[in-house]
Ligand binder design. Structure first.
Ligand SMILES: *Cc1c(COP(=O)(O)O)cnc(C)c1O
Length: 390
């Protein structure tokens, strides 16, 4: 049989994560590829999920999400960002940020419309854009003085008459960049000049380091009314398996996304919603400890990677350290990632898979540090072998 997969999804076949995780298992390597923590979220929040099930929160919750969670999201955004949303109409609970972004793209883009995204980008973006029949216009983030940023002229050049949406992920996976106010100003200006809608992915909103603050694009002048703001509990509370996310925005944009979302999944699972409502209201101190912890893990891994010979870009947020492999004598991150298990017993992700134009990220490899200290230390001591090889 010919490939039964629709043409627009060809090329999205198997992800590098599956290949690398299989490789990690087969070779007994330490997996610093996929970004999920190896410790649990706040105990009382986990207990709340259990009690929610025991108390009978086991049937379809309301389409937009359980009221407790919608209210908790609004309270969180008011306290942290001074952003006011109406829990009835301006909040939609989704199956993770992945569904939030997908529903927004599918709801807002006609076939042929263009979506600007900063490459390297989270891999689901390109698939969502393809499913919508839309066209992705990548703007490349490049290292400048140790952090990845974009050229404002390239951003402006990416916008045209068919541009509909700008996808903005900050704190940014996989580069670790947290957009500055000046960078966000450029994006906001573009949105206003071209009448674009911003779809943001803020899943690492609380996981920033060195006192760097995450600024939501919706807080910039004129942006609240044109921003679909998405986030999720997965990264904030170390519960990536709960797949509980949300959209906040003006009612007409949220309604559009909900029109699509209701036919993707109808609603999101009920028990997690009640537990995440507890988390947002009562567990932010736990999150601040997680942030401090992650900052020291970042330092631990970054120091080890530098010592092993990588050029390291210190991230200001997220779970990931970005490295340049050329100082070690390697040129292709994909080839190195495939060899790394046998060379050093460690699995990482070749950053080129996150690019529309992979050649632009050929020499970068991404390592995750959301792991127990002893796991990071063991990975670092194994990677020290690499220097001896080159
Ligand atoms: C992990 C991650 C997501 C996925 O969030 P879910 O809530 O699990 O769907 C989305 N965007 C980025 C940038 C991520 O790193």
């Amino acid at each position: 049989m010919n490939d039964p997969l629709v043409t627009r999804m060809r090329g999205f076949g198997t992800t590098i994560f599956a290949e690398m995780s299989t490789l990690a298992l087969r070779t007994g390597s330490i997996n610093l590829g996929q970004g999920f923590p190896d410790t649990d979220g706040p105990a009382a929040m986990l207990e709340r999920a259990v009690s929610a099930i025991r108390e009978g929160a086991n049937q379809y919750p309301p389409g937009p999400g359980v009221p407790e969670l919608r209210q908790a999201i609004c309270a969180h955004h008011k306290d942290h960002y001074g952003l006011f949303f109406d829990p009835d109409g301006e909040i939609l609970v989704t199956v993770g940020a992945t569904e939030a972004v997908a529903a927004a793209i599918l709801a807002l883009c006609e076939p042929g419309d263009e979506v600007i995204a900063f490459e390297p980008y989270y891999d689901s973006y390109a698939a969502s854009v393809a499913l919508a029949g839309a066209v992705l216009r990548p703007v490349t983030l490049r290292p400048v003085e140790g952090r990845f940023t974009f050229d404002p002229a390239e951003l402006r050049a990416a916008a045209g008459p068919r541009t509909r949406v700008v996808l903005v992920n900050s704190p940014h996976n996989p580069t670790g960049t947290v957009f500055t106010r000046a960078e966000l100003d450029e994006i906001a200006l573009l949105c206003q000049e071209h009448d674009l809608i911003a779809v943001t992915d803020e899943v690492y909103e609380h996981l920033t380091f060195d006192g760097v603050e995450h600024v939501p694009l919706a807080t910039l002048p004129g942006m609240r009314e044109r921003t679909v703001m998405t986030s999720s509990a997965g990264k904030t509370f170390s519960v990536t398996g709960w797949k509980t996310g949300w959209i906040c925005g003006p009612a007409e944009l949220v309604r559009a996304a909900q029109t699509v979302k209701q036919f993707l999944t109808f609603t999101a699972a009920a028990p997690w919603q009640l537990a995440v409502a507890h988390g947002l209201r009562h567990e932010l101190d736990w999150v601040f400890r997680l942030r401090a912890d992650l900052e020291s893990k970042r330092d631990r891994l970054a120091a080890g990677l530098s010592a092993a010979g990588f050029e390291v870009y210190r991230p200001a947020g997220t779970y990931f350290v970005q490295t340049d492999i050329r100082p070690l004598g390697f040129t292709d991150g994909l080839a190195l990632a495939r060899e790394l298990p046998s060379l050093a017993g460690v699995v990482a992700v070749p950053t080129q898979v996150f690019y529309a134009r992979p050649e632009r990220g050929r020499h970068f490899v991404r390592f995750a540090f959301c792991k127990r200290d002893e796991v990071i230390d063991e990975a670092v001591s194994r990677l020290a072998r690499l220097g001896a090889l080159s």
